[in-house]
Design a protein around this ligand. Structure first.
Ligand code: NOJ
Length: 529
């Protein structure tokens, strides 16, 4: 058990108690981080062996995407056993070793929890299918008779996020709800057994020493009573824009209140992080009331373009909303579900500038594996290697999620670039030799060294992550300038250099600064002054 080690880690890094308030949290996507056994798939032992890299990078915590027993219909977000490790990732012993060694290095570990749905291979779902209609075991899921003369139509008009109806009919004629793939049946969170089971799962991992949970689809657990029709097509366009009968229902908050009590039973500041796509920062803040969760991903920031007025508006809105509940704002640019921000924003200069802007904001920041290497999205994967379930559905998500999940390059000039010894489950582009950790280490112009420096400076200036406000300074069009104590950040989001009097001495810059009074195009500078 590793709990005592977590307890020994510092609990306060900024001005308020709570290590998580200003933490930089690195997302590891286990399939694609490091492969220790040469099967082309990343694993826990690979992660363990690379923890010193993360320590040296300067992050505070690591969030691991799912490694649980799973048929991998949705890359592990279809969990068959919440207390077991999938053999392709290793064993429980390996998970314990990751947690223990991370703690020894002073890194915290956050694991992914997937409570909205499980796998159709989960024991409960298999039982529910076996027992048939009317069985109490079906009540742990959303089983319903169909509509139409012989029940041949789905019970309501909800669409799956991955495309197609959100319902699948089973052999005995009933339908079950799945907001994602058919292999991911939704739990019925009204059922006390579901509630008890997840409190028990939380305790299982807390006992093993984890420092927190990233809660998958945190906004989806509770469905509107009666599962009412939405009454319109093109439902995907509504996601995140409004409260829906299956998303962001007020009832979810009661669940997080009970979870908070469990987290608080444990010493060492264990946290819950909501993956909640809500219509507004204000609705996101509701998940972070003092008796609920600690952080939520700031998807409003992630979906804001490289545009100064839009960024400023999102930053202000985010800070204002989170301040009302006393929660830190978080910042995120990339993850395993979206096109990498280098490609989204249109180039490496912008990606580097965006990183320095994000890391200068008060609160906690998320870094997705490979963004510190400046990796672009892989946009030319052949169809036959794709695994994202949404790729295989018409009208689903854009189907581009494999392109941000390509295994990361560590070293050497031949694929798999030190990822492992047996290839990689998605092919890596030839250009990635020059982007490997080895190629970038020690090169002061590299993106890896930029991240390392930024995290070092952030650590040396705790005021960067602390607090809940920025003081905006006057700036020309397309430029953001703000002060945090004796620290100033200026970011030029335009494609042209902009004249701006130097507010102090340069601490760090995302691009070359020929003259201190000229902020180059697509460049962020950190100043002491
Ligand atoms: C959000 C996860 O990040 C994504 O990868 C997954 O497909 C869905 N939730 C369903 O679990």
């Amino acid at each position: 058990m590793t709990q005592h080690l977590a307890d020994a880690l510092p609990t306060t890094t900024g001005t308020l108690p709570g290590w998580w308030r200003d933490a930089v949290i690195y997302q590891v996507y286990p399939r694609s981080f490091a492969d220790s056994n040469g099967d082309g798939m990343g694993d826990l032992e690979g992660i363990r062996s690379r923890l010193p890299y993360l320590k040296e990078l300067g992050v505070d915590a690591v969030w691991l995407s799912p490694f649980y027993a799973s048929p991998q219909a949705d890359a592990g977000y279809d969990v068959a056993d919440y207390r077991a490790i999938d053999p392709m990732f290793g064993t429980l012993h390996d998970a314990d070793a990751v947690i223990r060694e991370a703690h020894e290095l002073g890194l915290r570990i956050i694991v992914d929890l997937v409570p909205n749905h499980c796998s159709d291979q989960h024991e409960w779902f298999k039982q529910a299918l076996r027992e048939g209609p009317g069985s109490p075991l079906r009540e742990r899921f959303h089983f319903r008779p169909g509509q139409g003369e012989s029940g041949e139509l789905p019970p309501n008009d909800w669409e799956s996020i991955f495309g197609g109806p959100a319902w699948t009919r089973v052999a005995d004629g009933e339908w079950y709800l799945h907001l994602f793939a058919p292999e991911q049946p939704d739990f019925n969170w009204e059922h006390p057994a579901v509630q008890d089971e997840f409190r028990s799962v939380l305790r299982f991992w807390l006992d093993l020493g984890v420092d927190g949970f990233r809660i998958d689809v945190a906004h989806g657990l509770v469905k509107a009573p009666g599962l009412p029709d939405l009454g319109r097509d093109e439902q995907l366009k509504l996601l995140g824009n409004q409260v829906l009968p299956f998303f962001d229902q007020d009832g979810v908050h009661e669940i997080y209140r009970t979870w908070r009590k469990v987290l608080d039973e444990y010493a060492g500041d264990r946290i819950g992080v909501a993956e909640a796509w809500t219509p507004s920062a204000d609705r996101t803040a509701l998940y972070l009331r003092p008796d609920e969760l600690h952080q939520a991903f700031n998807f409003h920031y992630l979906t804001t373009g490289w545009d100064a007025p839009a960024l400023r508006a999102t930053i202000d809105e985010s800070l204002d909303s989170m301040r009302t509940v006393g929660a830190p704002t978080t910042w995120v640019l990339s993850n395993h579900d979206v096109v990498r921000h280098r490609t989204r924003f249109g180039g490496l200069d912008r990606a580097r500038a965006a990183a320095l802007l994000m890391l200068a904001l008060p609160g906690s920041a998320y870094v997705y594996q490979g963004e510190e290497l400046g990796l672009p999205e892989v946009t030319d994967l052949p169809d036959e290697v794709r695994q994202d379930p949404s790729f295989f559905k018409e009208n689903g998500q854009d189907g581009l999620r494999d392109g941000c999940r390509v295994p990361i390059p560590w070293s050497g000039d031949q694929a798999p670039y030190g990822f492992g010894t047996g290839g990689s489950w998605l092919p890596q582009p030839a250009e990635w030799a020059g982007l490997s950790v080895e190629a970038q280490t020690g090169d002061p112009a590299s993106t890896l060294e930029l991240y390392r420096s930024a995290l070092r400076v952030r650590r040396a200036h705790p005021q960067l992550g602390a607090g809940d406000a920025v003081e905006w300074l006057p700036a020309p069009e397309g430029v953001l300038a703000f002060r945090r104590g004796d620290f100033v950040c200026t970011a030029n989001t335009t494609g042209e250099p902009v004249r701006l009097p130097a507010p102090g001495t340069v601490l760090l810059t995302s691009g070359e600064l020929a003259e201190p009074d000229v902020l180059p195009a697509d460049t962020t500078v950190w100043w002491q002054g």
